[in-house]
Every structure is written in structure tokens, then in C-alpha cells.
Ligand binder design. Structure first.
Ligand SMILES: [Zn+2]
Ligand SMILES: [Zn+2]
Length: 331
């Protein structure tokens, strides 16, 4: 089977690898069809590392994956051959304190697709534990691949208790910000997005979201602000935008030097800061949101490329333009 293997920084090759064996008990063998390119894939490609995660051996890229059920192991029921599934990319240990209390996104032993040294999903087949494989009826595999980036938004919405009528500000209208907006809106929040990029503001407006280039001066303070840019300017705006007593959630990951907050202001205005790392227990909710918003998902699905075109595509830096690029496997 073909796989997109990052050999080392800047060198991606589409190579032939052995297919996985028949699925053991509790596993599904999935024919991967659609994998979204995430900022983290690009970072590993360009820099060979994200923080202390360093690519030291060849690694398959991709963690925003969907495909179809090809075979199931003994004991697996309810996953008919050919069904569309979304894959949750992080498999936690299931035993540590975090896992036992449900915060398995913080499990120190988690094996997460395309986080060194674990291989990702840009390959024709993967064996995946059934409890992290989710049926996505009514969605195409391209649409189902959005369940992963949307999960971050759903988790942030739950952790910050966004509910009916909550005023929500979102800084950064990239894929994570726009998907978080769909999640916040689904929970009943009144959502306003801000981005310095005109094209991203226009894209968000295309699907009926309220979005602005830079914060208009009269922008009302928000009870919850979701920072999705990871930039110094974005963090500053996000902090200013939170109401007294409100919640500021940090979702975007930028350079350490850019992610600075004003501690005195946080104290004086009684603001709660919440770090959001990945997600737990939200994939079914994310899939349900995609199913209800099917006609709005086209803004994420405008650019698709075949697996074999991925090396050239990454070299040309074209992934910076669209909101999301989906890699079709194997074509
Ligand atoms: Zn991602
Ligand atoms: Zn664990």
C-alpha cells in the first residue's frame, strides 16, 4: 500500500509499505479515503519538530482521517463493510489517572497519529481500535475527516460551558476557529469571529457566520473568548475582548514567545484562563454537528489533492491559501 512518509525535515516521499494484517479482536481495518492537512503536519514537514516532539525516524503524516470499514476483528459488531467512519487519532493508555477520570487527552502515554514516533493516517489502510472508530452515516469521507479538527472546538465549548445565549468571541477564522464557531453556535452561543485576513473573514461570512477584519471599536465584550490564532496580536485582542469575570480559552498553538498574557489584567478583572489540549469524549457530538451542517461544509472542501501530489503540494506552500486541503487516498 502507499503511504506519505516524512523521511526527515523537508523530505516527504510516497512509498510502498506492507499492508496491515487482518484485524485482531477489537480492531477495525479501515481503508483510509480522506485526510485533512493540519498545521501540525506542515510544521513537521517544514521544521521536523513541534516543541519537544522531534521527527527522528521516518513517520507517516496525517491525523484528520476518515475512510470506510474494510474488515473487522472478532467481537466487533455494528461496523458493516463499506460504512463511512471517522477516526479519533489519539489512543490513550486507558489506565492512568487521566484516562480513568475521562481526561484522556492529557494521558502521558497517548499514541497519537503523526506525533513522533507514531505513524499517521496518510496511508491506504490502518488498523484502529473500535472504541476510537466512529460511524458517520450521511457524510462523505471528506466531510467526516472534519470531525477531528471540529472536536477541538466541541471540547472547548464544553470546557468553557458555552450555552444558550452565551456571548462568544473567536479570534482567528482559520479552520479551527470556523469549526469552533459551528460548535459554539450548535450549543446556542451568539458567536462573533475576528481575523486579520480579509479572505478568511469573507469565507466565514459565506456560511452565515458573523465575522470582522480586526475588532470593530464598538465590539461588545464577550463572556467567553476562544483564542484560535496562537499569535501575539491574537492573544492580546482575545484578552481585551473578554468581559470581566469571563473565560479565555487558549486553543491556537503558536511560538512560545508569542503566547503571552497580561497577568495583572487577568487578576484585576477576574478572568479564568483555560488551556485546551486536543479533546476527549466529543467525536460523536462533532459528527452530529457535521451532519446538521452538511450544506455549510463546502468552504472546507474546496481543495482536494491525491496522495501522490502531496510532496509537490507541500513544496509549493499552496496549503496556506485554502481553509483546508484534503488529501485523497490513494488517488
Ligand atoms: Zn490537527
Ligand atoms: Zn492514560
Amino acid at each position: 500500500m502507499l503511504a506519505a512518509v516524512l523521511k526527515e525535515r523537508g523530505i516527504l516521499e510516497i512509498e510502498e509499505r506492507p499492508e496491515p494484517p487482518a484485524p485482531p479482536a477489537g480492531y477495525v481495518r479501515v481503508a483510509v479515503r480522506s485526510v485533512g492537512i493540519c498545521g501540525s503536519d506542515v510544521h513537521y514537514y517544514q521544521e521536523g519538530a513541534i516543541g519537544h516532539f522531534v521527527v527522528r525516524a521516518p513517520m507517516v503524516l496525517g491525523h484528520e482521517a476518515a475512510g470506510i470499514v474494510e474488515a473487522v476483528g472478532p467481537g466487533v459488531e455494528g461496523f458493516p463493510r463499506g460504512a463511512v467512519v471517522a477516526l479519533e487519532p489519539g489512543i490513550p493508555c486507558g489506565k492512568c489517572g487521566y484516562c480513568r477520570t475521562g481526561a484522556y487527552n492529557l494521558c502521558p502515554e497517548v499514541r497519537f497519529f503523526a506525533t513522533p514516533p507514531i505513524d499517521g493516517a496518510m496511508q491506504e489502510y490502518v488498523l484502529h481500535p473500535v472504541e476510537f472508530t466512529y460511524l458517520a452515516p450521511g457524510l462523505t469521507t471528506d466531510q467526516a475527516a472534519l470531525a477531528e479538527p471540529l472536536s477541538v472546538g466541541v471540547y472547548a465549548v464544553r470546557e468553557t460551558r458555552i450555552g444558550v445565549g452565551t456571548q462568544v468571541g473567536i479570534v482567528g477564522a482559520g479552520p479551527v476557529g470556523v469549526l469552533a464557531a459551528l460548535a459554539a453556535e450548535s450549543a446556542g452561543g451568539h458567536v462573533v469571529l475576528v481575523d486579520i485576513r480579509e479572505d478568511r473573514v469573507a469565507t466565514a461570512r459565506q456560511i452565515g457566520l458573523e465575522a470582522y477584519k480586526q475588532a470593530p471599536p464598538a465590539l461588545e465584550a464577550c463572556e467567553v473568548v476562544l483564542e484560535c490564532s496562537g499569535s501575539a496580536g491574537g492573544l492580546r485582542l482575545a484578552q481585551q475582548w473578554v468581559k470581566r469575570g469571563g473565560v479565555l480559552a487558549l486553543i491556537g498553538l503558536g511560538e512560545a514567545a508569542a503566547m503571552v498574557l497580561d497577568g495583572l489584567d487577568l487578576s484585576l478583572r477576574g478572568i479564568t484562563v483555560r488551556g485546551i489540549f486536543r479533546y476527549a469524549n466529543v467525536m460523536p457530538a462533532a459528527i452530529a454537528i457535521l451532519q446538521r451542517n452538511r450544506e455549510r461544509l463546502h468552504i472546507f472542501l474546496g481543495t482536494t489533492i491525491g496522495l501522490r501530489s502531496l510532496p509537490a503540494f507541500l513544496e509549493q506552500k499552496e496549503y496556506l491559501k485554502p481553509l483546508k486541503t484534503i488529501v485523497r487516498v490513494p488517488e
